[in-house]
Design a binder for this molecule. Structure first.
Ligand code: ADP
Ligand code: MG
Length: 726
C-alpha cells in the first residue's frame, strides 16, 4: 500500500473525512518523505491534521510543541476519541503530578503513544530531555510557530530554544505551523528553527467570506455594540477588549441589556473560564466578551461576528482574532472600533520596555493605525501586509469597498516622494521624509542638514495625512518598499526608479478622517436614535445658566457627552438621569431637578415617544471598584501604590478618579499631589484651569508646555474639579 493510500484511509478511518483540505495531503507526504516542512495556513485551515494524521501512521512518537496547556488538553482529548487506547496521545506540562508523568513515560516507552504534546517550558527541562533521548521519535511538530518571533503577536522566549534542544535529543524532520505569515515572521521562524531548506506550503490568506469594517470609536460605542448585537438575534459572537477590567464592565452592561453573555479572561479561575467557554460552545450564551486569552484553538465554526472594542496591537493579532468568525465559510462580520487615542495609550504603556521592543511595538501599532485609517480595500491592504497580492482593487466585501472614496490624482506627489526618498539615500522613515517634503525644520531634519537639500519644502503646504497615504499606497503599488528589518526605512524599488524616468498616472484615495468623524458622529449619531438637536441646545443654554449661577465653567456642571446622552434618551426622573454617563448621584441631586424639568417639558410639548427600548441601562455595581478607590484615598494611600494593588496602570487609575469626580463626588488627593508635584507647578496648573474655557487635556498640555507632565496636569485637574465643581 502506498503512503498516499494509507493517508486517505487513515483520514477516513480516524477522522471520518473523505477529502483533504487544501494542500494537507502534499504537506503530509512531504513530511513522511523525511523533509522539514513549513506550513503557513490561515486560522481554520486545518493545520492540526497535518501532523496528527502522519503521526498515527508513523513508527514511533511525534513530539508536538504547543504553547497553551488548554489547547493541548483539547487536542489530546480529540485524539483519544479516535482510538481504543488512551495512551495514543499524551501531554507533558506543568499541570501534571508525578504519578501522571510516570504514566505518560511508561506509555511512550511501551510504544503506545503516537502523539506527545509538550509545552515549551517542559521541553527545556533536563529531565524531559534525558527521557526523550531514549524515545523513538517520528518527527517534531512546532505548532503556533510564530511564537518564535518577536515580530509575531505572541512572542515566547522559550520557543527560541527549540532547535538546540532538538539537536541534543535527536534530529528528526520538523514541521512548523502558523497562521501568521508576514514575510518577516516567516523568515524569523525558518532561521530560528534552522529550516531554511524546508518545503514551504503557503495557502492563500484570503478569507473571502469575512466582512471587514472599521468604525470610529465614539462616546456611543457601548450603545452601538448593543444595537448591533440586538440585530443579530440568536447568532454567536465574540467581543475582544484589551483589558480585563473592560471585559468585566462590558459584560455587565450587556447583561443588564438582556443579552446572553459571559466574560473570559486570564484573571478568572480556570474552572470558571472553561465553564464559560463551554457555555459559549454549547450556545447557552450568544456572546463572549474576552481578552485575547480567548479563542486560540477554539473551533466553533459558526461564530457570526467578531467585534474589537479596542484596536488590537498588531495586524497579526487583528487577522488572527477576526479569523475566528465564519470558519465554516458562512457569514462572518468583523467590526472594529477604532480610535487613534487608544493606540497612543498603548504606545505609552510600552515606555519602560527595552528600546528594541518599543521600536517593534511602535511599528506594529503604526501599521495598525494605517490599516484602520486607510480607505483602500481592507482585504487588499491586509493581504499585502501578509505578503500576498490581491488581484483587483475592490473585494466588494468590506466597508471601504461598499463606500468607495473618490480617487484623486497624485502623480506629482508620488514624483516628489520618490525624489525625496532618493535624496535621502533610502535611509529614513516615512515621518522624516514627510517632514523634509513639508519643509519642517525639526531637530532631526537640521541635524542631518536636510533643510539644505533641494527637495526640502518640495511639498510645502501639503497635508501630512495625504502624503502618508501617498507613501503607503505607493508601497502597495510596488514603487516603494519598507525595510522591516530596519524599522521601516523607505526604499525605492526598481519599479519606482522606472517611474521616475517615465511617470504615468497615479491615483490615491484619501484616508478616512477619524478625528473629524469622532466628533460628527457623537453629534449626529445614528438615524434611529439621534441626538435631539433642539433639546441639546436647550440643555446647553440651561447648563450655561446654571454655571453662571454657581460661577463655574459649564463643563464642570455636565460634560457634553452627558448632555448628548440626555438629548438622546430623554431621562425624566432622577433615577433615569443617573443612568447617563458622567452623572453620578451627587450631580443628579445637585443639578438634576432643573434638567429633568426642562426635558420633561420638551417631551410633553413635542409629544415625543421616549425610546424606552433603546435606552442603554448602565450598571449599578460597576461602582464597586470606584468605592474602593474612594476609600483608599480617604486613607491617604499613595496613588501609585493604589494603582499597583489594583493591577492598573497609573493612567487607568486616573481615568477612574476622573470619572468619580466628573460624576459629582468630591475627592481630595492633596496628600499625594503635595508629595509628587512641586508647589510652583501646582499653582501654575491650577491657575491655568481657572482661566481656561475647557478642561481639555490636550489643550492644557499644549498651553502649559512640555515642562508639565500629563500626569501632573491630570492630577491637578482632578483637584480643581473637585474643589470648584463638587
Ligand atoms: P487551524 O489549526 O489551521 O486553525 P484546525 O486544525 O483547528 O485549524 O482545523 C480547523 C477545522 O477544520 C477543524 O474543525 C477540523 O476538524 C477541520 N478539518 C481539518 N481538516 C479537514 C478535512 N480534511 N476535512 C474536513 N474538515 C477538516
Ligand atoms: Mg491550530
Amino acid at each position: 500500500m502506498t503512503t498516499k493510500q494509507q493517508l486517505t484511509e487513515a483520514l477516513k478511518q480516524n477522522f471520518g473525512f473523505d477529502n483533504f483540505k487544501g494542500t494537507q495531503e502534499e504537506i503530509m507526504l512531504s513530511l513522511l518523505e523525511g523533509n522539514d516542512v513549513f506550513v503557513l495556513m490561515p486560522t481554520g485551515g486545518g493545520k492540526s491534521l497535518c501532523y496528527q494524521l502522519p503521526a498515527l501512521i508513523s513508527e514511533g512518537t511525534a513530539v508536538v510543541i504547543s504553547p497553551l496547556i488548554a489547547l493541548m488538553k483539547n487536542q489530546v482529548d480529540a485524539m483519544r476519541s479516535f482510538s481504543a487506547d488512551d495512551g495514543v496521545a499524551h501531554f507533558l506540562n506543568s499541570s501534571l503530578n508525578r504519578a501522571a508523568i510516570d504514566q505518560v513515560k511508561a506509555d511512550v516507552t511501551a510504544g503506545k503513544t503516537k502523539l506527545l504534546y509538550v509545552a515549551p517550558e517542559s521541553l527545556t527541562k533536563e529531565e524531559n530531555i534525558e527521557f526523550l533521548k531514549t524515545v523513538s521519535i517520528s518527527f517534531y511538530a512546532v505548532d503556533e510557530a510564530h511564537c518564535i518571533s518577536e515580530w509575531g503577536h505572541d512572542f515566547r522566549p522559550e520557543y527560541r530554544r527549540i532547535r538546540p534542544i532538538i539537536n541534543e535529543i535527536q534530529e528528526r524532520p520538523v514541521i512548523a505551523l502558523t497562521a501568521t505569515a508576514t514575510p518577516k515572521v516567516q523568515h524569523d521562524i525558518q532561521k530560528n528553527l534552522g529550516m531554511s531548506d524546508a518545503k514551504v506550503f503557503k495557502s492563500s490568506f484570503n478569507r473571502a467570506n469575512l466582512f471587514y469594517e472599521i468604525r470610529p470609536k465614539t462616546a456611543n460605542v457601548d450603545r452601538d455594540i448593543i444595537r448591533f448585537i440586538k440585530g443579530q438575534e440568536g447568532k454567536s459572537g465574540i467581543i475582544y477588549c484589551l483589558s480585563r477590567k473592560k471585559v468585566e464592565e462590558l459584560t455587565e452592561l450587556l447583561k443588564v441589556n438582556n443579552i446572553k453573555v459571559l466574560p473570559y479572561h486570564a484573571g478568572m479561575d480556570s474552572a470558571t473560564r472553561s465553564a464559560n467557554q463551554d457555555a459559549f460552545l454549547l450556545e447557552q450564551v450568544d456572546v463572549i466578551v474576552a481578552t485575547i486569552a480567548f479563542g486560540m484553538g477554539i473551533d466553533k465554526p459558526d461564530v457570526r461576528y467578531v467585534i474589537h472594542y479596542d484596536m488590537p496591537k498588531s495586524l497579526e493579532g487583528y487577522y488572527q482574532e477576526t479569523g475566528r468568525a465564519g470558519r465554516d465559510g458562512g457569514e462572518g462580520q468583523c467590526i472594529t472600533f477604532y480610535s487613534a487615542k487608544d493606540l497612543r495609550k498603548l504606545e505609552k504603556f510600552m515606555q519602560g520596555k527595552p528600546v528594541i521592543e518599543q521600536e517593534i511595538g511602535k511599528q506594529l501599532l503604526a501599521e495598525t493605525a494605517a490599516y484602520a485609517e486607510s480607505s483602500l480595500c481592507r482585504r487588499k491592504s491586509l493581504l499585502h501586509y501578509f505578503g500576498e497580492e490581491f488581484e483587483g482593487d475592490y473585494c466588494g466585501n468590506c466597508d471601504n469597498c461598499l463606500n468607495p472614496k473618490k480617487q484623486v490624482d497624485a502623480k506629482e506627489d508620488l514624483l516628489a516622494v520618490l525624489e525625496t526618498v532618493t535624496a535621502l539615500k533610502e535611509k529614513f522613515k516615512a515621518d522624516h521624509i514627510i517632514d523634509v517634503m513639508l519643509g519642517r525644520e525639526t531637530n532631526e531634519v537640521r541635524s542631518y542638514r536636510h533643510n539644505e537639500l533641494e527637495v526640502f519644502g518640495s511639498a510645502q503646504g501639503a497635508d501630512r495625512k495625504f502624503l502618508n497615504a501617498v507613501i503607503r499606497q505607493a508601497t502597495i503599488a510596488g514603487y516603494l518598499d519598507r525595510d522591516v528589518e530596519n524599522f521601516g526605512l523607505i526604499r525605492i524599488t526598481p519599479e519606482g526608479k522606472k517611474y521616475l524616468s517615465r511617470p504615468k498616472a497615479f491615483k490615491v484615495v484619501e484616508d478616512n478622517d477619524f478625528t473629524e468623524q469622532e466628533e460628527e458622529v457623537v453629534l449626529k449619531s445614528g438615524a434611529a436614535c439621534a441626538v435631539d438637536p433642539e433639546l441639546y441646545s436647550i440643555l446647553k443654554d440651561l447648563r450655561k445658566k446654571v454655571a453662571k449661577k454657581h460661577n463655574l465653567p459649564p463643563y464642570v456642571i455636565f460634560q457634553d457627552p452627558s448632555l448628548e446622552a440626555m438629548a438622546t434618551t430623554y431621562p425624566i426622573t432622577i433615577d433615569e438621569l443617573q443612568n447617563i454617563t458622567g452623572v453620578g448621584a451627587g450631580k443628579a441631586k445637585r443639578y438634576g431637578d432643573e434638567f429633568i424639568a426642562v426635558i420633561r417639558r420638551h417631551v410633553e410639548d413635542n409629544e415625543i415617544e421616549r425610546p424606552e427600548d433603546l435606552r442603554v441601562r448602565s450598571v449599578a455595581n460597576k461602582s464597586r471598584i470606584k468605592i474602593s478607590i474612594i476609600q483608599a484615598i480617604d486613607r491617604k494611600i499613595d496613588l501609585d501604590e493604589l494603582a499597583n494593588s489594583k493591577c492598573m496602570e497609573f493612567g487607568e487609575l486616573l481615568d477612574e478618579i476622573e470619572a468619580i469626580v466628573y460624576s459629582g463626588t468630591k475627592i481630595n488627593i492633596d496628600y499625594f499631589i503635595n508629595e509628587v508635584i512641586d508647589e510652583d507647578h501646582q499653582e501654575d496648573i491650577f491657575e491655568y484651569f481657572k482661566e481656561a474655557d475647557s478642561d481639555s487635556l490636550s489643550e492644557a498640555i499644549k498651553e502649559l508646555g512640555s515642562e508639565y507632565s500629563e500626569e501632573e496636569i491630570r492630577m491637578m485637574r482632578i483637584k480643581f474639579l473637585s474643589e470648584l465643581g463638587n
